[in-house]
Design a protein around this ligand. Sequence first.
Ligand SMILES: [Mg+2]
Length: 288
Amino acid sequence: MHKKNIIAIIYDFDGTLSPQPMQEYTVFPQLKISPNKFWKEVKKENEDIKGEEIITYMMKMLKKAHAADLKISKADLGNMAAKIKYYPGVVYFFNRINKFVEKESGGEAKLRHYVISSGLKEILDKTKIKRYFHNIFASEYHYDVYKKPAYPKLVVTDTIKTQFLFRINKGKEKLSENINEFMEEAARPIPFSNIIYIGDGLTDVPCMTVTTMNGGYSIAVFNPKKRKSIQICKTLFKNARVDFIAEADYCKGRELDTYVKVILKTIIAGINHYTAQREMAKKRNVYK
Ligand SMILES: [Mg+2]
């Protein structure tokens, strides 16, 4: 039986922690291609071949890099990560919220942060905020013997993202572990009621729905400079896909910070309730 004292905040990356898709800070400038043109080409090609958009973008990026003679080994991609820009307050958010949970729960609850992204793990693994994450799940290339990316070996689509929610929930975070075996609620180390999912758009809908329908919490964040982004969040809220919507500003005292803390206090109250029940049961020998 787990203590159920672990809380997880799970973030999408592009548009959630960082304003633009990560490729736009990293690979595209080196390839000298306009993001708009690239994504349009991906959409068009994908319509023609009726494929999976993430595979199409990963293959197209590979082909363009090869054609331009740009090296994109794992190390090269990692080196580009420093160029990524973050929304206000992101860099300081994790430590600050960890301390909040520690104080609020009297050290009883432990907070973990995760990323689930359709972007590239090679880049995410080298970001300056990597050390705050318990785990990062993202798309990955397979590399040949010359360390060149050959093909996508892991593709994280909108719906595949939900698989990782269950991996976190069941404590089976290694991809080699079977996720479909039945596991009783009591045996799951991080119940959905201890999970907060933060995303920015329609690609997060499957994760938001799985989280909230299982008793967890979802927040949609928007870029205040983009009307479309604000509109998407309003629709998500109107359709009850998310509990809160807020500007993607992670600074102390801002709306997002307030909502995250409101949810965390609720989760911590649940953890304290569970702990008190267990102690009472022990005292009264209920389970003997
Ligand atoms: Mg996103």
